[in-house]
Design a protein. Sequence first.
Length: 466
Amino acid sequence: MEHGKRNAMLAALATAAAMVCVPAVAQPPAPQSQQTTQQQNIPDAPRPQALPNLTPLTPVGPALPNTPAPTAQQAEPTVPSALPSSPKPSAEAQKEAQEDAEIGTQPVANHQSDIIVYSNFVNVPFTVKDSRGHLMPGLTPRDVRIYENGVRQSPRLFTVDPYPLSVAVVIDQSVPFDVMTKINNSLASLQGAFSKSDEVAVFTYNNGVKMQTAFTAAQSARLGAVLENSKGKGREFAPMLGGPLSQNITKNGYNLDPNTAPDRGKSVGSTNFETPEQEPHTLLDAILEAAHETTRAGRERRRIVYVISDGKEFGSKAKEKDVIRYLQANNVEVYATVVGDASIPGMGFLDRVHLPLMMRDNILPRIVSATGGETDPEFRQGGIEKSFAKITEEVRTQYTIGFYTKLSPLYESFRRIEVRVLRPGLTVIAEDGYWPSARDSVPQPAPAPTKTTSTTPPAAPAAPAH
């Protein structure tokens, strides 16, 4: 019995030893659907981004004959040897180019760094008033005709958009002291006639011309201080010399004493009234210097010389015809507020006949008319103050018509301009014509090219080319 128990224990031990020595058997793989489900539950990590190719340049060829050429594996991507051909211009672009050729536009040089254009575009500002002197709005291009030397031109621009102003104000300090007082008191309201986009320069003249300031912002405090410093004292009337109570031997108003006669005894019987020496009133020099300053303004601005004077002129070095020619060649308009005796009705006739012992006649109407401006005679201080706003309003409400001139830049004679409006009872105020400027007959650098190029002038072009 004991022998049986022992055999049973040995059998149990052998079975346990066999179980320990037998290696573990790998379990069969899970089904594919179960693996897919487990992979979807695990989030993916971000993939690394590849760096861009920073050297997409064409490989340089061998510098020496012995230098081996790069192999196909070492060669980098190359740029195509020939660029794609540019697309053909559209029918509209071809039509515009044909129109430009017909009107005489000069060709543009084929250089990227040296673009040349010839300025043969002429802008003509003009004002239209009705029979009552009021500004006439609402005109269309069909209502206006433009002529150059009697030949009708084809308008390429018609706009009523206001231009920023570059105004050179000329203040006469040679007027009598009472008139000067009115001008001084009204200068405080001059600055309010301009907008923030305008710029103003100030000149004064008496025995000579003085520039008080170059162009500065119209609404700046500097302009207000300059206008305050531009106030003058005016002049006293020159007394008449001689007369019946003078220390002379006179008979019927004639000097019979050869010792006191103006000609020192060379003739007897000359008049006893001596003419006083005329004091200089350099109005033409002041207008010319102010016009020089306005030409510094950009082409996109309206150039104006605004004169506050009685129009008397004596002693200027510049000639009237030369001043008018310079104004017309540089497209400078002259406006004027006429003060003093010249603003009184009837005094204009006395100025025109040029009575003895009086100053030369009022030259402002001739200069203003030749440049397309206007005069506003005002005698009282309140009228002078209102004249500032009145004139600036007329300048801002001008029409502008433009055309390509067909005359050669070498044709340097005066070119007469005439603007007609096909409506009855209207008055057109425009310049008589223009002189071609030297800048128009030489090439000028063109502005930087933009994405959209067109030969037609924009709706609000720059200042006139002539």
